[in-house]
Design a protein around this ligand. Sequence first.
Ligand SMILES: *Cc1c(COP(=O)(O)O)cnc(C)c1O
Length: 224
Amino acid sequence: MQLACERSGRGTGDVKLLLATKTVPPDRIKVAFQLGENLIGENKVQELKEKYEDLSTFPHYSHFIGHLQSGKIKEVIRYVDCIQSVDRLELAEKLQRRLEYEDKSIDVFIQVNTSNEVSKFGVNPAQAVMLAEEITAFDRLNLKGLMTIGLFSSEAEQVRKCFQLLRQIQRTMLEKGYPVEELSMGMSGDLEIAIEEGATIVRVGTAVFGQRIYPDSYYWNEGK
Ligand SMILES: *Cc1c(COP(=O)(O)O)cnc(C)c1O
């Protein structure tokens, strides 16, 4: 991260590290907290719930980065500070309704499908600005940024295009007054490219915790 920041003329403090902690047991996450990390992301509500109490002894921020099913809204808002995967109006509406009921509010990012892969969630890039407009009408949702998963490819330039597209969408939204300051993009395999293209948050699992036993499809293709 530091090298990529230096290379692209950015300050190291400009990019936050979010630890993607799926499958990682609380004891190992706590080691990361002890070393000064304080931002984690989980993909499944069930897993969040299982680790929540154990991790609550350490002050930290928790983001939801997986596909969110409407039926899990009630639970997820109990456990996280931010939902990075809002990708459809129906989900935003239901979040708003539940948050009103509980008299709470939450930070959200819009997830954009910049790679055009059917296996990935996220709003179509052409519809992202419209979704931002809809979300800003919901007073319980604080729109803070955009999130994407880059193309899985060994061709760096193809991956880079995904991140450039997200940044382009961000610029359009900022011009229209939507406060999407955060760009959550880049993972273990492509975080340098993401930082070069303006990421403010990189989401890293494998490079910190080692290989997972579950394939990513277990987390990403749910319901598709
Ligand atoms: C697992 C995951 C990551 C981190 O992936 P690594 O390749 O292990 O760094 C980032 N973002 C999302 C949405 C994930 O599910």
